[in-house]
Design a binder for this molecule. Structure first.
Ligand SMILES: Cc1cc2nc3c(=O)[nH]c(=O)nc-3n(C[C@H](O)[C@H](O)[C@H](O)COP(=O)(O)O)c2cc1C
Length: 131
């Protein structure tokens, strides 16, 4: 099973969750503004996450989501961090659905800076979607 992890993070919270998921999947977490963010061969599972800023997602993530198409992933699993709102999950899910990528209903969310217990929970969550 092939897996990719993509994220955008301004201050590291979402990156920490992405890295916990990526470690579980045995891949690198790649920021969407990296030259390596493109998905050359479609993957089975794309984990993709971002944070909420002023009730929206960062423009880098928005732009990246617009580049995705149905051939890039058989399924997407979404994660987010925010101070309190889970709204970024809905925004990301909607963009993925618009791109024709099936989106897993379950999501992973962390309030603010994730501690070790949250990172373990993120890895456990990811493990459920990786065979
Ligand atoms: C400019 C700015 C705007 C934010 N707006 C919101 C918001 O509208 N709702 C919310 O719940 N959290 C908000 N937050 C909190 C961030 O979503 C939260 O700190 C998140 O974990 C940051 O993730 P990052 O470290 O991956 O960038 C905001 C943070 C910043 C810096």
């Amino acid at each position: 099973m092939s897996t990719a992890v993509r994220y955008y993070s301004r201050s590291g919270n979402t990156r920490a969750v992405a890295e916990a998921i990526a470690a579980k999947a045995g891949v690198q977490a790649v920021s969407v503004d990296s030259p390596e963010a493109g998905i050359s061969d479609g993957v089975d599972v794309l984990f993709i996450g971002g944070a909420l800023y002023a009730y929206g997602i960062d423009k880098h993530l928005k732009k990246y989501l617009k580049t995705l198409g149905s051939g890039d992933a058989k399924k997407a699993v979404v994660f987010s961090t925010a101070r309190f709102s889970k709204h970024a999950l809905d925004v990301i899910k909607k963009e993925l659905a618009g791109a024709g990528i099936p989106v897993e209903e379950e999501t992973f969310f962390s309030k603010g800076k994730p501690g070790g217990d949250v990172l373990k929970a993120a890895a456990d969550f990811a493990g459920r979607f990786i065979c």
